[in-house]
Design a protein around this ligand. Structure first.
Ligand SMILES: Cc1ncc(COP(=O)(O)O)c(C=O)c1O
Length: 388
C-alpha cells in the first residue's frame, strides 16, 4: 500500500471492503462441534441444509465447498459439456466463466444493463447461438435480476444457473426470495459474504433429482458418505464406483458457523442498509452513478458500488489510491473477463460497450457487518474530498 500523503489524517486501522462478523455464538458453535469429535460432513451440515432450505423457501438446499463448486455441479447436472456454450457476463468474478471451461464448454460473454450492472433478457439474447446450453445469471452486488423475464427470453432447453454469490437473502423484483425461482441457484459463504462461513456455498433448487445428483457428485459420487457409514456400522464402504465425482463437500465446522450466521441475517442486513443509506445520501451530487435500487430492501448490499463519470476530474484509480492511502479498503469489482488472455482465445474479444465503460469507472466502497456509521461517513467524506 502507498504511504499516505503528508497532509492525510493520522493512520487508522485498515477498514476492509468486507469483513465478517464472528462473535461468541459462532465461537461456541465451533467449539461444540470440535468437542463432538465429528468435524467432517455430518449432522451439523444436515441441520444447516434444512435451516437454509426453510429460510430460503426452497425445497432443497445442498451445501458445497464453494459457490464455484456449486456453479460447476449445477452446470454439469444441467448437461453442459464439450462443444456447448454458456452465456455469462464479463463484469463478474472469474468463477462465473471458469465453470464452463471445467466442463469443456465455452463461456460466451454478454453485456450488462447500465442501470442494474447485471445481465438482462436483452443482453443475454444478443449472445445466444444454437450451441447455447446454459446462462450463468449473476445477481451483481446483491441486486437480484428478473429471472422470470430472463426465462421468457430464452429458447426451451437453455438452463439458467443463478450465480447468487452476492445475493443471499435478496428478493427478485416480484418480491420472492432469491433461490425460489426453480433454477439451480448458487450462493457463496466466502469470508466477505452476507452469510459467511469462511469458505463454502450452497445450491438451492426445486428439482429433487438434481439435488440428489449434486449431493452425490460433491463427494466422489460415493453411495455412502462417512456419516452414513458411521451411523450405520453394518454398511461397509461401497467402493463400487460407477462414475467420476468431485471433492466439493461442506464440513460440520463450517455448518456450525453458518447456522449462527443464518440466525443473525436480520442484524447484518440492518447494518448494511444503514451504510448504504449513508453512502447514497452523502455522495449525492458527485460525478458518479449509483447502481439502481442500491438502497432498496430487496438488494442485499453485499457490495456498494459507484461508477465514476467519464469526465470526472479525478480518475477512478486515483480515487482508489486516495482511499487506500487513508486505510479505507475500497476495491474494484470487476476487471472485465472478456479481454483476459485466458478467455479471449486469440480472437477479437466481443464488443461489450456498457461493460467496458462501467469497468473503467467502477469502485466498491467498504460495507458489511463490521462497517459502522462513522466508518461510512469517513469513507464518503474521503470520496468527496478526492473528487474535489
Ligand atoms: C459473482 C461471484 N460468483 C462466484 C463467486 C465464487 O464464490 P466462492 O468463492 O464461494 O467460490 C464469487 C466470489 O466472490 C463471486 O463474486
Amino acid at each position: 500500500m502507498r504511504e499516505p500523503p503528508p497532509n492525510a489524517p493520522p493512520l487508522r486501522d485498515y477498514l476492509p471492503f468486507g469483513k465478517p462478523d464472528f462473535g461468541d455464538r459462532e465461537i461456541e458453535a465451533v467449539t461444540r462441534v470440535l468437542r463432538s469429535g465429528w468435524v467432517g460432513m455430518g449432522p451439523e451440515t444436515m441441520a444447516f441444509e434444512r435451516e437454509l432450505a426453510q429460510a430460503i423457501g426452497s425445497p432443497h438446499a445442498v451445501t458445497v465447498s464453494s459457490c464455484t463448486a456449486g456453479l460447476h455441479l449445477a452446470l454439469r447436472v444441467a448437461g453442459v459439456g464439450p462443444g456447448d456454450e454458456v452465456v455469462c457476463p464479463s463484469l463478474t468474478w472469474c468463477s462465473s466463466a471458469n465453470v464452463a471451461l471445467y466442463l469443456g464448454a465455452r463461456p460466451v460473454f454478454c453485456d450488462v444493463d447500465p442501470e442494474t450492472l447485471s445481465v438482462s433478457p436483452a443482453t443475454v439474447a444478443a449472445a445466444l447461438t444454437p450451441r447455447t446450453k446454459a446462462v450463468v445469471a449473476v445477481h451483481f452486488a446483491g441486486l437480484p435480476i428478473d429471472v422470470a423475464a430472463l426465462r421468457a427470453a430464452l429458447p426451451e432447453g437453455v438452463a439458467i444457473v443463478e450465480d447468487a454469490a452476492h445475493a443471499f437473502g435478496g428478493r427478485y423484483p416480484d418480491g420472492r426470495l432469491v433461490g425460489t425461482s426453480g433454477n439451480a441457484c448458487c450462493f457463496s459463504f466466502y469470508a466477505n459474504k452476507v452469510l459467511s462461513t469462511g469458505e463454502g456455498g450452497a445450491v438451492a433448487l426445486a428439482d429433487g433429482r438434481a439435488a440428489d445428483e449434486i449431493r452425490s457428485l460433491r463427494l466422489h459420487a460415493l453411495p455412502n458418505d462417512a456419516w452414513k457409514r458411521f451411523t450405520h456400522p453394518k454398511s461397509v464402504l461401497n467402493a463400487n464406483l460407477t462414475r467420476l465425482g468431485y471433492k466439493a463437500n461442506y464440513t460440520d465446522l463450517q455448518a456450525a458457523i453458518g447456522r449462527v450466521q443464518l440466525a443473525r441475517q436480520g442484524e447484518f442486513a440492518a447494518r448494511r442498509a444503514a451504510v448504504a443509506a449513508i453512502y447514497r445520501e452523502a455522495l449525492d451530487g458527485l460525478p458518479l452513478a449509483f447502481q439502481r435500487d442500491c438502497t432498496h430492501p430487496r438488494h442485499t448490499r453485499h457490495m456498494f458500488v459507484v461508477v465514476l463519470d467519464e469526465g470526472a476530474r479525478t480518475g477512478r484509480d486515483d480515487l482508489l489510491l486516495a482511499l487506500r492511502a487513508r486505510n479505507l479498503g475500497a476495491t474494484i469489482h470487476y476487471e472485465p473477463l472478456h479481454a483476459m488472455p485466458l478467455y479471449n482465445e486469440a480472437r477479437e474479444p466481443p464488443r461489450l460497450p456498457h461493460t467496458e465503460r462501467i469497468a473503467r469507472g467502477i469502485l466498491t466502497l467498504p460495507i458489511g457487518a463490521c462497517v459502522s456509521d462513522d466508518d461510512a461517513r469517513e469513507v464518503a467524506a474521503a470520496v468527496r474530498e478526492a473528487l474535489g
